[in-house]
Design a binder for this molecule. Structure first.
Ligand code: GDP
Ligand code: IMO
Ligand code: MG
Length: 404
C-alpha cells in the first residue's frame, strides 16, 4: 500500500473524518497538511462521537499522528483537544516546527475583519485562520520551532501592540503555548520519508474542500489555505513523488457553511428535511449548514483540479428519507448554458442550475451490499464524473461503509 491523500471535493464537511478513520488501519501514520482548527472532522464509533480540529482523524486507530508545516496551529485549541483524549494519543503526536501559530489576537482580528466587511462578511469560523496565514505571509508569524528556544517575538508583539494588544498578554500566550507543544516538536517532512523508506505508508488528511481553496475556490468566499491534492507535498515538505494517490470524498448532495455563492442551494421543506436527517450542523461552530442538490458542474471541476480517479461517496442513507434526488448538470447564465465551473467563477452567484432527476433513492435500505437504487446512482456518478467509486458511506458510524 502506497501513500494516499483524502481530499474534499465540495465546500467541506464531505465526511473526510469518517473516511480517514475507516482507512487509517491500513497505514502507519495519518498526517494533516493544511488548514487549522477551522476544521471539524467527526468520527463515530458505536455510541461515541469524537470531533477532531487539529489532531488527525487516525487517532482512534492508534496510529502515528503528524501535523505538517502547512497547518496553522492554535496551541490553545490543541491543549483543549488533547485534554479530552486519552494520554497515549499525545504520545503518538508530532508537530512540524515550521507550523505557524494562531494566537488569540488572530482570532480577535478575524472577528474585527468580519465586522468590517458588514453585509459581505465571509462567515468565517472565527478561528483566526485568515489572520494567522496573513501573518505568515507578512513574515511576522511565530512558528512552533520558536517555542522551543528563547523566542524573539518582538516583531509580532509590536504589530499587535499597534492594534491595541497589551504586550504582556502576548508574552503570557507565548509562555502558555510553550507548555502545550513541549516534547511534540519534530521534522514531519523527514518522518514521512523515513516511514516510506522503512516500507510503511502514510494517509494524508485534507481539511476543508476544493471549492474553499484560497486560489482555486469561490474567492473571496474561501478559507486561507490550499485544500487541493497538489498542496499535499508543499504542506508537508515532501517531494510530489511521495504525495500518493488522491482519493476524493463527496456527499451525494451539497452543503456549505458561511456565505458565498451556492448555485444548487435549496430552501424550504426539502432542505430542512436533509439538514435534520443528515444532521447538517457545523462540527466546529454548530451553525446550520446550507443545503443544496448535487452539483456535477462543480464536482467535475474538483475532480479535474485534484486529478482524482477514485472517489468515496458519503451520506447515501440520507437520500433514503427524501422523495426526490436532483443533480445539476449545467449552469444557465444570460441565456446560454455551460458545464464549465471555472468560466462561471466570476458570476457564480448569478447562474441558474439545470437539473436532471436520474432516479429516486427513497426507501433504499443498506446492508453489506448496495441496494439496486444505490448501484444505479454509483453508475450514474461514475459516468458523469469519469471516476471510479471505490467506497460508499451510508451512516455516520464507522461500520456503515461499503467497499466496491
Ligand atoms: P468532514 O469535515 O469532512 O470530516 O465532515 P464533518 O465531520 O464535518 O461532517 C460530516 C458529518 O456527517 C458528520 O456529522 C459525520 O458523522 C456525518 N457522516 C459522515 N458520513 C456519513 C454518512 O454516510 N451518513 C450519515 N448519515 N452521516 C455521515
Ligand atoms: P472541514 O475540514 C466547512 C468555511 C467557513 C467560511 C470559510 C472561511 O470540517 O471540512 P475560515 O474560518 O476558514 O477563515 O472560514 O470557510 N470553512 C469550512 N466549511 N468545513 C470546514 O472544514 C471549513 N473550514 C472553513 O465556514 O465560509
Ligand atoms: Mg467538517
Amino acid at each position: 500500500m502506497g501513500n494516499l491523500a483524502v481530499v474534499g471535493l465540495q465546500w467541506g464537511d464531505e465526511g473526510k473524518g469518517k473516511l480517514v478513520d475507516y482507512l487509517a488501519g491500513q497505514f502507519d501514520a495519518v498526517a494533516r497538511f493544511n488548514g487549522g482548527s477551522n476544521a471539524g472532522h467527526t468520527v463515530v464509533i458505536g455510541e461515541e462521537k469524537h470531533t477532531f480540529h487539529l489532531v488527525p482523524s487516525g487517532a482512534l486507530k492508534g496510529k502515528e499522528l503528524l501535523i505538517g508545516a502547512g497547518v496553522a496551529l492554535d496551541p490553545v485549541v490543541l491543549r483543549e483537544e488533547l485534554s479530552l483524549m486519552p494520554g497515549r494519543i499525545r504520545e503518538k503526536l508530532m508537530i512540524d516546527g515550521r507550523c505557524s501559530l494562531v494566537s488569540p489576537f488572530d482570532k480577535e482580528l478575524d472577528v474585527v475583519l468580519e465586522q468590517m466587511r458588514g453585509g459581505s462578511a465571509i462567515g468565517t469560523t472565527r478561528r483566526g485562520i485568515g489572520p494567522a496565514y496573513a501573518m505568515r505571509a507578512l513574515r511576522l508569524a511565530l512558528r512552533v520551532s520558536d517555542l522551543s528556544d528563547e523566542p524573539d517575538f518582538s516583531a509580532p508583539s509590536q504589530f499587535y501592540s499597534r492594534l491595541g494588544v497589551d504586550p504582556t498578554r502576548f508574552a503570557a500566550w507565548v509562555e502558555e503555548s510553550k507548555l502545550v507543544v513541549d516534547g511534540l516538536v519534530g521534522d514531519v517532512s523527514s518522518r514521512i520519508i523515513d516511514i516510506g523508506q522503512a516500507g510503511g505508508s502514510v494517509l494524508f488528511e485534507a481539511s476543508q474542500g476544493t471549492l474553499l481553496d484560497l486560489v482555486h475556490g469561490s474567492y473571496p468566499f474561501v478559507t486561507s489555505s490550499h485544500t487541493v491534492a497538489s498542496y499535499v507535498p508543499a504542506g508537508l515538505g515532501i517531494p510530489p513523488s511521495e504525495a500518493g494517490e488522491p482519493l476524493g470524498v463527496m456527499k451525494c448532495y451539497t452543503t456549505r457553511v458561511g456565505s458565498g455563492p451556492f448555485p444548487t442551494e435549496i430552501k424550504g421543506l426539502t432542505s430542512d428535511k436533509i439538514r435534520s436527517v443528515g444532521n447538517e450542523y457545523g462540527a466546529t461552530t454548530g451553525r446550520p449548514r446550507r443545503v443544496g442538490w448535487l452539483d456535477l458542474v462543480a464536482l467535475r471541476y474538483a475532480v479535474r483540479l485534484n486529478g482524482v480517479k477514485n472517489i468515496a461517496i458519503s451520506k447515501l442513507d440520507v437520500l433514503s428519507e427524501v422523495k426526490e434526488f436532483r443533480a445539476c448538470i449545467a449552469y444557465r447564465h444570460t441565456g446560454s448554458e455551460t458545464r464549465d465551473f471555472q468560466r462561471s467563477l466570476g458570476h457564480l452567484h448569478e447562474v441558474e442550475p439545470v437539473y436532471e432527476s436520474p432516479l429516486s433513492m427513497q426507501g433504499a435500505k443498506y446492508d453489506k451490499e448496495l441496494p439496486t437504487q444505490a448501484k444505479k446512482l454509483v453508475e450514474y456518478l461514475e459516468a458523469a464524473l469519469g471516476v471510479r467509486v471505490s467506497l460508499v458511506s451510508h451512516g455516520e458510524e464507522r461500520s456503515r461503509t461499503i467497499e466496491l
